[in-house]
Design a protein around this ligand. Structure first.
Ligand SMILES: NC(=O)c1ccc[n+]([C@@H]2O[C@H](COP(=O)([O-])OP(=O)(O)OC[C@H]3O[C@@H](n4cnc5c(N)ncnc54)[C@H](O)[C@@H]3O)[C@@H](O)[C@H]2O)c1
Length: 448
């Protein structure tokens, strides 16, 4: 592992000395040109990282709004300010055309990898990106896949390149996997620079080049023996989280029956300084990673004839959580001789986690859908999501200051942005369902 302390700076690694050609020199001199395909939650911070380190970076995205925003120095991500983009304006340009990447010496693919309707990996964006950059590949270039993918994907891309071009991956073209670990809106100070980066290449030279490259923007780079290892490590990380979240959900249900607050018990367990990593219950999981990546593993394990029953159970347990939230609201209303049909419910926080506006796989969307199917009248509040499309209609977020919590039969806390959980106004509500255990204990608050 390459470990640097202090600010990220040009790495002096063993790899620097061993590299063939002028790659290392161009890295050191900052004449190497970096192309990033996909300027989303993962691609834009990376583009900024390389531009900030002094490299000329061109980012390509199919979404013209993102490209225009980058070129205007306007951030659309929670962790990046306009000023940060403007500071690197001379080094960072964006385009909607892949041909705009023709000068790049390194291409890094940061495109989405969702799941299909039947739960399989949807690699169409990865394949689309590879198709688009294929005509731009030339000897000596480094192509890096950063998207989270099923094991074997990078090797398959290398085979495609070998079949469709004259290039030989690992010899005349360098191909590596470097999975992204960014955590948007992380509140514990983990960034691109201080989160260790895994790299695994097709052949030693691909790995060495990727290690050297990422050493310019990450303080710690950990090379592994193959792209397969890098791919599988990333998926395993998120599977570990899914399984532990499922455990936290089951555990919190038991705590509820015992009249104890799961959060207090988990926090107590977390005082053990080793062998325990706290995971907390909530309304379910969202985003591009935890609900998605374990499915890649489940799919592959079934193909291999070694089904991952624990992971599959955890996945079902977590996916069923929004339904459990709605069942609990119905139960609580019934205890008050009220019905869910016709009840007024306010959902507080709809993005998939605090501090972001990202709605991908957000549990709140399922909760709203299920509440509406049960006949409830649903409103929502989310300062980061001013508008939401519900059943084809645009619905506006209720302003918190005007929310009048007493007007609702139930207020459900799903995603607490900022300091909303500490607002004394919760006391005005008749009934609050706290899906995370974030609110102070009170007579009107029920923890899921
Ligand atoms: N968001 C996260 O927190 C996170 C964390 C770690 C890993 N990942 C992984 O990183 C990958 C990317 O995720 P993301 O959150 O950055 O996605 P995103 O949707 O925010 O960004 C992807 C971007 O790629 C663009 N795009 C798609 N196909 C393209 C093409 N052919 N050419 C150019 N642009 C193209 C899209 O328009 C989009 O802007 C996924 O595999 C995801 O699982 C995401």
């Amino acid at each position: 592992m390459t470990m640097l302390s202090g600010p990220v700076r040009p790495a002096e690694t063993g790899a620097t000395r061993d590299l063939a050609g002028d790659f290392a020199q161009r890295v050191a001199e900052r004449t190497l040109r970096v192309g990033i395909v996909g300027l989303g939650y993962t691609g834009l911070p990376l583009a900024l990282g390389f531009a900030g380190a002094g490299f000329a970076v061109t980012g390509c995205d199919l979404d013209p709004r993102k490209v225009t925003a980058v070129n205007r120095g306007e951030s659309y991500l929670p962790d990046l300010t306009d000023l940060e983009l403007q500071d690197v304006a001379e080094k960072l340009t964006a385009t909607t055309e892949h041909i705009g990447l023709r000068e790049a010496d390194v291409l890094i693919l940061c495109v989405p990898t969702p799941v299909t309707a039947d739960g399989g990996a949807d690699l169409s964006y990865v394949h689309g990106a590879v198709d688009s950059v294929l005509p731009l590949l030339r000897p000596g270039m480094l192509l890096v896949l950063q998207s989270t993918v099923p094991v074997g994907t990078t090797a398959e891309i290398a085979r495609t390149i070998a079949e469709r071009t004259e290039l030989v991956p690992g010899e005349s073209l360098f191909v590596a996997m470097a999975p992204e670990r960014v955590d948007p809106a992380n509140t514990n100070g983990w960034t691109l620079a201080n989160t260790a980066k895994l790299v695994g290449g097709i052949g030693a030279e691909s790995t060495a080049r990727a290690e050297l490259l990422f050493g310019q923007v990450c303080r710690s780079v950990h090379p592994v023996s193959s792209p397969d290892v890098a791919e599988l490590s990333k998926v395993y990380e998120n599977t570990f989280r899914l399984v532990n979240i499922a455990l936290a959900l089951e555990f919190s249900d038991l705590c509820g029956k015992l009249g104890l607050r799961a959060r207090e018990v988990i926090d107590a367990a977390a005082t053990k300084p080793f062998g325990f990593l706290a995971h907390y219950p909530g309304p379910g999981v969202g985003g591009e990673c935890i609900p998605v990546d374990p499915l890649f593993l489940i799919e592959r394990a079934e193909l291999e004839g070694t089904p991952l029953e624990l992971v599959a159970t955890a996945q079902r347990r977590v996916a069923g959580r929004p339904g459990q939230v709605v069942d609990r609201i119905e139960e609580l209303l019934a205890e008050r001789d009220a019905k869910l049909a016709g009840a007024k419910v306010l959902v507080v926080g709809v993005s998939y986690k605090p501090g972001v506006s990202d709605l991908r796989n957000a549990p709140a969307l399922d909760i709203i859908q299920l509440l509406r199917e049960a006949g409830a009248e649903v409103a929502y509040h989310d300062p980061m999501v001013p508008q939401l499309t519900v059943d084809g209609h645009q619905v506006a977020s209720v302003e918190w200051a005007d929310a009048r919590l007493a007007d609702y039969d139930c207020v459900v806390l799903v995603t607490p942005h900022g300091r909303i959980a500490a607002d004394p106004v919760w006391a005005e509500a008749e009934l609050v369902l706290d899906t995370r255990g974030d609110l102070a204990p009170a007579g009107n608050v029920v923890v899921l």
